[in-house]
Ligand binder design. Structure first.
Ligand SMILES: [Mg+2]
Length: 226
């Protein structure tokens, strides 16, 4: 067998995060395209700077949004909004996971390979998502978040930490992700194999040299289980 371990990106790879984020926001009365939300998000990101590990945290966007609206942020209002958002996000992810038939694919992959999740986000949010898809860590034995390591992908440190967690050399591992810059290019640079998934953002673009491209994650069966 060519590979001994698999590293997965989470968002946009294992489920359709962009659509789900948008629907979850709408379900709690936040317009994802409205200036209230977009400007608040932009302010948080600008303040923290490029690649900051807190820059994706919706709690900070909501806090800024409430501050801008009322001049102050009521803890009750903020946490009520966050609770409702998290519940909606979780439900949508659970539904998407089953609609995609992922449990069967993951059963098959996990029977042959150790699986690790390597993701750019705060740990609480990722655990809320993972609780919906793998609550007892049956498939994903290890999860590494950018928040835990203080850097975001494409930082080599995160890939080295994931390899250490999985206990295999780079050449024996495969990174599976939807983002060329964060997942695929740094994986190839570190000496891993790479599979670029375009399942939720179809494109005719060719994969970078050394990587394979799949239009559905189900195609991993042909690459890894044949
Ligand atoms: Mg992704």
């Amino acid at each position: 067998m060519k590979y001994s371990g698999l590293l997965f990106d989470l968002d946009g790879t294992l489920f359709d995060s962009d659509r789900i984020y948008s629907e979850a926001l709408k379900s709690v009365g936040v317009d994802p395209e409205g200036s209230d939300y977009k400007d608040s998000r932009a302010q948080v990101k600008m303040r923290l700077g490029e690649g900051h590990v807190c820059a994706r945290n919706r709690l900070l966007y909501f806090k800024r949004m409430l501050e801008r609206k009322a001049g102050t942020c009521s803890p009750r209002a903020l946490l009520d909004l966050m609770d409702r958002y998290e519940k909606s996000l979780a439900a949508l992810i659970g539904q998407n996971w089953h609609d995609l038939g992922r449990p069967r694919l993951l059963d098959e992959l996990a029977a042959r390979y150790p699986l690790v999740v390597l993701t750019n986000e705060n740990t609480r949010t990722q655990m809320i998502k993972l609780r919906m898809i793998d609550p007892d860590a049956r498939w994903f034995g290890k999860v590494l978040t950018s928040e835990e390591w203080g850097v975001e992908k494409p930082a080599p440190k995160l890939f080295q930490a994931a390899l250490q967690a999985i206990g295999h050399r780079a050449a024996d591992c495969l990174m599976i992700g939807d983002d060329l810059e964060s997942d695929i290019t740094p994986a190839l640079k570190a000496g891993l194999g790479a599979v670029w998934t375009t399942e939720f953002k179809p494109t005719d673009a060719l994969p970078p040299s050394g990587a394979r491209k799949v239009s559905r994650l189900d195609e991993l069966r042909g690459i890894l289980l044949a």
